[in-house]
Write a protein that binds this ligand. Sequence first.
Ligand SMILES: Nc1nc2c(c(=O)[nH]1)N[C@H]1C(S)=C(S)[C@@H](COP(=O)(O)OP(=O)(O)OC[C@H]3O[C@@H](n4cnc5c(=O)[nH]c(N)nc54)[C@H](O)[C@@H]3O)O[C@H]1N2
Ligand SMILES: Nc1nc2c(c(=O)[nH]1)N[C@H]1C(S)=C(S)[C@@H](COP(=O)(O)OP(=O)(O)OC[C@H]3O[C@@H](n4cnc5c(=O)[nH]c(N)nc54)[C@H](O)[C@@H]3O)O[C@H]1N2
Ligand code: SF4
Ligand SMILES: [Mo]
Length: 737
Amino acid sequence: MAPVIEHKPTFCRICEPLCGMIATVEDGRLVALRPDKEHPLSAGFACQKGIAFTEVQNDPDRVTTPLRRGPNGFEPVTWDEAMSDIAARLSDVLRRHGSGGVGWYMGNPGAFSYAHTFAALLFTKGLGRHGHYFTASSQDTNSRLIASQLLYGVPTSVPIPDLTRTDLLVLMGANPVVSHGSFLTAPRIKDRMHDIVKRGGRVVVVDPRRTETAVAFEWLGIVPDSDSYLLLSLLQVMFSERLVDVDRVNRVADGVDWLRSLSAPFTPERTAAQTGIDPESVKALARDLANTPRAAIYGRLGTCVGRYGTLTTYLIDAVNLVAGNLDAPGGSVFSTMQTVGAKWQNTMTGAVMRRSRRRKRSRVSGIRSAIGSEPAAMMAKEMTTPGDRQIKAIFISAGNPVLSVPNGDELEAALETLDLSVALDFYVTETTARCDYILPVTTMYERDDFPYTFQGFQATPFRQATEAVVAPAGESRPEWDIVADLATRLRRQIPAFAAFGAARKGLSAFGKSLTPRLMIDALVRMSQGGDRFGLRRGGLSLRTLTERHPHGVVLAPHIQTGVLRDAVGYLSRRVRLVHDDIADEVDKLSDSGHPEGYPLRMIGMREPRSENSWMHNSPLLMRGERRHHALMHVDDAAELQIADGDAVRISSPYGEITVPITSTKDLVVGVVAIPHGWGHKGTGGWQLANRAGGANVNRLTSSEPDDVESVSGMAWLTGVPVRVDRIDSVSTPQEIE
Ligand SMILES: Nc1nc2c(c(=O)[nH]1)N[C@H]1C(S)=C(S)[C@@H](COP(=O)(O)OP(=O)(O)OC[C@H]3O[C@@H](n4cnc5c(=O)[nH]c(N)nc54)[C@H](O)[C@@H]3O)O[C@H]1N2
Ligand SMILES: Nc1nc2c(c(=O)[nH]1)N[C@H]1C(S)=C(S)[C@@H](COP(=O)(O)OP(=O)(O)OC[C@H]3O[C@@H](n4cnc5c(=O)[nH]c(N)nc54)[C@H](O)[C@@H]3O)O[C@H]1N2
Ligand code: SF4
Ligand SMILES: [Mo]
């Protein structure tokens, strides 16, 4: 019989542009992915990772049955065996330690599945008040979210550059040519940036590395972790040269004078020593930002993961505000879903989040909760530090924290001390290999989806939803189903789960099941373009989206501006600039010394053919014997007599790794760039990844409470002091100390 071949429009959920894809499905099996030419925004673009996902989907190393770890390694078990043992052991932990004995870590791919996000929340909130919740965000975005909470009263109001209209885009600590944009959903982002130049505008990249983005546009090199100094100087120049329309700013914000005094000491002449940027360039940039009618400054990972991530992010927004670019066309804008009642939702969310921050602190570090989560850098210590709320059972979904969180070795060891550890993943990784169970989950093409998390970051208002394009492989299950199963098994013990079970039962009498899909459908219907449950003919619902707009639909050519009052969650509806946290961070700037013996600074580097740690098993992406390597400036390499390809030892005060060096002129002198997500070492089942190996850069980063950014609990991942030694000349670690 001839095979049945179908071509199904859907979209990629590896990274944030969510490029349109056509999935070729042959007899129910995904055999190819190609870019969707009919997608209004990605218009026939997809990157190598997106195409290579077929290899993940059909990977022979993929886990498709539940695995239990025994004395001889992992062995397959039935779902029922796995779930009843997990439920029994979890019950036991709950009985003995309460909800404070349980933790959940949700990694980055979790954010791309609305049902997964709901599942993790249902579980941790349902268990009780004392549970521990960690996410990849404390290595990624929490400083951004907390800066928003301070300024606008609500963490989810995050301004993005108005990419399609701006004439001056200043990128700080972002490399969208490789990352494809983050906290900024804009397919073909490189083309959109070239459009800026084509219409006579500029793109300026402030980065310690002359990145792929900087090469294509203008580069302003900066010393790692010194962005706060640069931003304070930009403010200082704007105020002192009277480039600020103070009345206009006063109309929307409280504390402009405070901000002026805060920045006053930081003249460009004073901060040049820290940033390495000459004062004239700083002044020119300040003038351009203030005088260009459509200008925006945008920061991302590089500005979020330094020692002052919240301060830096706050200052980015402050510069946008003071320069007159916040909430203005072509400036830094709020891309909202325009949901009915959003203003009051922001007020409520803001109040809840601020309350949770006042009340909840990380047990080990004392750091306040950030959007309901704790710093993942503390996860290992939460497992090993005795006392009330010590973690005894952990669930890890869509994450590889052994490679992604500071001090992976510590976490690896801590996992072995637990009473129960369960991974929801489709690979045996450096992390899941340390768990008692691996529960096989569906991939993105095996589930329906609506990219809820990214709606607020759309550079062009857009909606797309998808049904699953293939059935789950083997015995894989969606995360939601796994959590719902567990909740049912624990319903006698946990009141919230009993209520959840009752609600599910009640709804099933009406032929409906209680799923997150119901909520997402309601959201689509009540937001921009939605059908308002039938009140607006031709409007959108999840069903009409997938049926009538399989390639997605653009809702408006541009983001609406003039929405600041609604984006603000404070009842005053005004931006709040005055914060003790910010003043304290500015005070700390001056005592940020550099430990002796570590003259260089480490930064991260994303690669076009990696996605954090989890795509190194794809032959397409690993072709050409790809290996892990670090970049160093030619002058630094010459001084240390390091030749290209030499393996070197890189040490920080916290640990050391060995990695080959490639020298380059595209770095600020004194900087070493090292990609993360490597360090596959054979504990996992991904054979190709293991052969490629590499080093875990998070051996160089610190999980000490004092090294975590104190306002938002962010891991400190950039600007870490390091030294580089030739292998033949390395002294022993004791001598280094
Ligand atoms: N190909 C690929 N794409 C990805 C990913 C991937 O692993 N591979 N990961 C995805 C994820 S999870 C995320 S969060 C996004 C991140 O998206 P981006 O933030 O755009 O990506 P990064 O490459 O991490 O960019 C950070 C930049 O900051 C610079 N930098 C480091 N320290 C400093 C500093 O102190 N100051 C300044 N000004 N710059 C600094 C680095 O040199 C780097 O160029 O990318 C996503 N896209
Ligand atoms: N030094 C340093 N460390 C970093 C960074 C850095 O730049 N430098 N970047 C940080 C950032 S921005 C991030 S986001 C984190 C990422 O950190 P993590 O999210 O902890 O790790 P990932 O490598 O993204 O691993 C994702 C895991 O999810 C699995 N997976 C993929 N899709 C699904 C799915 O649909 N469901 C489930 N259940 N599992 C799935 C994969 O197999 C893999 O095991 O790393 C952070 N760590
Ligand atoms: S850029 Fe990101 S979303 Fe687009 S195809 Fe590549 S991995 Fe997928
Ligand atoms: Mo990330």
